[in-house]
Design a protein around this ligand. Sequence first.
Ligand code: SAM
Length: 274
Amino acid sequence: MNMHALQRETAGRLPAETEWLLEHIAQNRFLPQPPADSIFVGDGDYQAIGAEFLRHFVTLGGLRRSHRVLDVGSGIGRMAVPLTQYLHPERGSYEGFDPVLEGVLWCATTITQAYPRFRFQKLDVAHALYNPNGVVSGAKLSLPYADAAFDFSIMVSVATHLPAEELTRYVREISRVLAPSGKLFLTAFVLDEVARTAEGRDARLGFARDGEGPCWFANPEAPLAAVGFDDGFIDTLLRTCGFDIALKSLGHWRGVPADHYQDVFVAVKRGGQP
Ligand SMILES: C[S@@+](CC[C@H](N)C(=O)[O-])C[C@H]1O[C@@H](n2cnc3c(N)ncnc32)[C@H](O)[C@@H]1O
């Protein structure tokens, strides 16, 4: 099923009250936003992108209001702010972490103060662009959460900045901290045949393979500015780490029609009720 058909079908199946809530959140102009010059997570409309992803989490990922959410690379709250309006105030919860202190501080002072079930922490993971003085290697990181502590994990526009060994570690750790049947919603750049050859591909993303792969870098001088992966690499990684792939939906960065820019994987941790 192509992306448009899938989204139409799932959107059509949303209960009317969920549809109303998502629309209401997308239109709410009173949600907090960081000052424009402190938004370090990319261009675009902070609020519109957050609302767009909330809709994807619900329609593509099956996010429920009662879920315990883990946000890997929570940045400066772009995903968290709309989630405050969606997750159930007593049953839902949210944990986010990021290596950039400024983002964590903005989230902690703006979001946690009003929504104590939303918590943020800095993990001092080294990253050439985001946290060059970090002391922890992402490839060896143990996430500071108990086994099976979450129902839904998101990794939006983070795998697009990680080397393969770090992504591998994160997927393994996320599998550990998700409960059986828990979901991982992950975005990435997948270098499939179309992405490698399409003329309509985003001109900023002239990916070239790094050696034998699986990584592709768009900027050899700053390899982690935009990382892509061989088609199949993420699929195998997810399966090896105990997930089944419920959805792999290719994004319009490669110049084909889609309702989202980056590629989206929704993976379900095995071991739940069939
Ligand atoms: C493009 S931003 C996306 C942020 C957020 N997910 C969003 O969509 O708004 C990439 C984020 O990944 C974070 N990051 C970089 N290296 C990381 C690492 N090793 N582990 C977790 N997050 C990392 C950055 O600090 C930044 O907040």
